[in-house]
Design a protein around this ligand. Structure first.
Ligand code: ADP
Ligand code: MG
Ligand code: MG
Length: 254
């Protein structure tokens, strides 16, 4: 079943065209990796999917489960089952993490027909999920992301994903800033939460996240387009030969 269908997507930010014709099809049960050099447009693509107000779609279409995404506000996208974790999660001083997570849960899952949970019910529920993900419950009492380490922010993202049970999750990783521990958290979360009914897109600059997650497809983005799609072996080839190899390879194969 096709979950996401991106066709000839062009988008601008601050008047500059960054996405220049992205095509991508994602089906239930699949894990996709989008790789590419810094500045190639990966995060822009993630923000456009999320409906970030600074980004304007100027051409092309995005269908999520057959529905035109452009008519949905960001929160409606989340309610439809789209989850986007960002490179730089927001800090919300003064708001306890458990309050924040409960609001997110009730807004998204409540909309999808689940019963809203009061603080006590939510506490039981979230602690169960945290046990599964081997997270320390102390985390619930702290302010949202305030002073969290990179690894803790990642943990919190994965916890949000576990609570919201998205149909399509897009994780944009600055794995440059992540230690191996944080990479493992992301990888374990993705592996545990991935099922035949959902799909995951991992945006990653480096190959090492893919030591822990086996994607069905690897895409390379360059200058606002996906210029190559292959299986997981593409990530290994990139690790060995670097991104320039793609162009050398294009010439060699004519
Ligand atoms: P990646 O995530 O692949 O590193 P980005 O999507 O962050 O790439 O950036 C792609 C390009 O878009 C870069 O050239 C970047 O400078 C440019 N860009 C990103 N945000 C803005 C902005 N707000 N205004 C103008 N250009 C931007
Ligand atoms: Mg970048
Ligand atoms: Mg980026």
């Amino acid at each position: 079943k096709v979950l996401l269908e991106v066709r000839d997507l062009h988008a601008t930010v601050g008047g500059a065209e960054i996405l220049k014709g992205v095509n991508l099809t994602v089906r239930s049960g699949e894990i996709h990796a989008i790789m590419g050099l810094n500045g190639s447009g990966k995060s822009t693509f993630a923000k456009v999917l999320a409906g970030h107000p600074s980004y304007e779609v100027t051409q092309g279409t995005v269908l999520f489960d057959g529905q035109d995404l452009s008519v949905l506000a960001p929160e409606e996208r989340a309610q439809a089952g789209l989850f986007l974790a960002f490179q730089y999660p927001v800090e919300i001083p003064g708001v306890a993490n458990d309050q924040f997570l409960r609001l997110a849960y009730n807004t998204v899952q409540g909309h999808r027909g689940k019963e809203e949970l009061d603080p006590l019910e939510f506490d039981d529920f979230v602690r169960e999920k945290m046990k599964l993900l081997k997270m320390n419950p102390d985390f619930l009492d702290r302010s949202v992301n305030e002073g969290f380490s990179g690894g803790e922010k990642k943990r919190n993202e994965i916890l949000q994903m576990a609570l919201l049970e998205p149909r399509l999750a897009l994780l944009d990783e600055t794995d440059s800033g992540l230690d191996i521990d944080a990479l493992r958290i992301v990888a374990n979360g993705v592996n545990q939460l991935s099922s035949k009914d959902n799909a995951m897109i991992l945006v990653t600059h480096y190959q090492r996240l893919l030591d822990y997650i086996v994607p069905d497809y690897v895409h390379v983005m360059e200058a606002g387009r996906i210029i190559r799609t292959s299986g997981k072996e593409l990530a290994l080839a990139l690790e060995t030969h670097g991104y320039d190899w793609i162009h050398a390879n294009d010439q060699a194969t004519g």
